[in-house]
Design a protein around this ligand. Structure first.
Ligand SMILES: C[S@@+](CC[C@H](N)C(=O)[O-])C[C@H]1O[C@@H](n2cnc3c(N)ncnc32)[C@H](O)[C@@H]1O
Length: 350
């Protein structure tokens, strides 16, 4: 029989391989600096600061950006096996975290915020949740596609596409009948003490009123209920996501709103309006310390606060970047720039 040490090593190796295979793991392990890339020229900010632009920097930091930005009208929605497996693994990890704090997903009434196609919602149902109400807003997808909040026709079309995707996904899960969807902004959730668990994945950074969202989440939870959020903060090297990651490190953080607009108009004219709208209206600027303060102020205890970073992430944060970031966002610290992901487990206070 294998010794305990060997079993533990195997388990650690499996966890590491699993982590690296996820989108979140790739964000952690991807190269974060522009080292070795050919120079493309430069961009000069309003105060005369020169930023060298690098060929391939965006590919390095957000490898899948083309699929997101260049996606044209595609066929009918289809089931994505790899994304479903990743969602199941995410939920398995979140379950472990809950169990470490004496809780369990089994039997919980769950509210998921920012559910998109519902893969995490279905995975939570299959993992034992009693029910899942999964909410989302069609405006976000429309803004990414056309650079504005869109006409009611566009919103309706986006809403129908999501419904179809959820229908396709539902067929692949055992307990999908316990999952329900609603087009609803989280700040408009008015129910009180109706849920045991609030969950979001890769969504918190997109909430334009994070404090209002935390208030609504606290109201919706029973006392002692948990909230879990995994998010990719704006200040991370890859926090500009596909549309707002520029061609040099931390461009989306260190350029002002007008400099950002000038940059994309000059170098990415075909994406400019979408990029400006996304940078301005789809990414909040919440630092880790602000998250903690606002969670505490809205009635939560912070049970776990896990900023994920590697030595490589840290090495890419040079003093000029910190100072430039702080000029625009005074409460930013190195950890905000170096953490590619943050996981937070909160508990509603009595
Ligand atoms: C990057 S997607 C993540 C989707 C999904 N959780 C996943 O992991 O694939 C962020 C989602 O948050 C949603 N969202 C943004 N603001 C929201 C709000 N105020 N209320 C509810 N959902 C919101 C967006 O519409 C979008 O579907």
């Amino acid at each position: 029989m294998a010794s305990l040490k060997v079993l533990v090593l195997r388990w650690v190796g499996r966890l590491a391989r699993r982590l690296v295979s996820t989108r979140f793991g790739q964000a952690l392990t991807a190269s974060v600096s522009a080292q070795g890339l050919p120079e493309l020229g430069e961009f000069v900010t309003d105060d005369g600061t020169r930023h060298v632009r690098f060929d391939g920097y965006r590919d390095r930091v957000v490898p899948r950006w083309r699929a997101m930005v260049e996606s044209t009208e595609s066929g009918p929605p289809s089931f994505d096996e790899a994304a479903a497996s990743a969602a199941k693994r995410d939920i398995a990890d979140v379950s472990l975290l809950l169990e470490s704090h004496g809780a369990s997903l089994t039997g919980l009434r769950v509210l998921e915020v920012g559910c998109h196609g519902g893969l995490h919602a279905f995975a939570m149902a299959d993992a034992g949740a009693a029910s899942v109400l999964a909410i989302d807003v069609p405006e976000y997808g429309v803004r990414q596609a056309v650079g504005e909040d869109g006409s009611s026709d566009r919103l309706q079309a986006q809403s129908s596409t999501l419904s179809e995707l959820r229908r396709v996904n539902a067929a692949e899960f055992r307990r999908s009948d316990t999952v329900h969807f609603l087009d609803l902004d989280v700040v408009e959730v008015t129910e009180e003490a109706a849920y045991d668990f609030v969950f979001s994945w890769e969504t918190f950074e997109h909430l334009i009123d994070p404090r209002g969202a935390l208030t609504a989440m606290a109201r919706a939870l029973v006392v002692g209920g948990h909230a879990f959020h995994a998010y990719n903060p704006f200040f991370a090297h890859n926090g500009g996501h596909s549309l707002a990651t520029l061609d040099f490190p931390y461009g989306h953080v260190v350029l002002s709103d007008s400099e950002f607009a000038r940059y994309v108009e000059e170098f990415r004219p075909s994406e400019a309006s979408r990029a400006v709208a996304f940078h301005r209206s789809s990414l909040n600027r919440m630092t880790q310390s602000q998250f903690r303060e606002q969670a505490a102020a809205t009635g939560f205890d912070i049970v776990e606060f896990l900023p994920w970073m590697t030595r490589k992430n840290l090495a890419a944060v040079d003093p000029q970047t910190v100072q430039r970031a702080q000029k625009l966002h005074p409460s930013v610290v190195v950890a905000d720039l170096a953490a590619a992901e943050v996981w937070v487990l909160l508990r509603k206070r009595a």
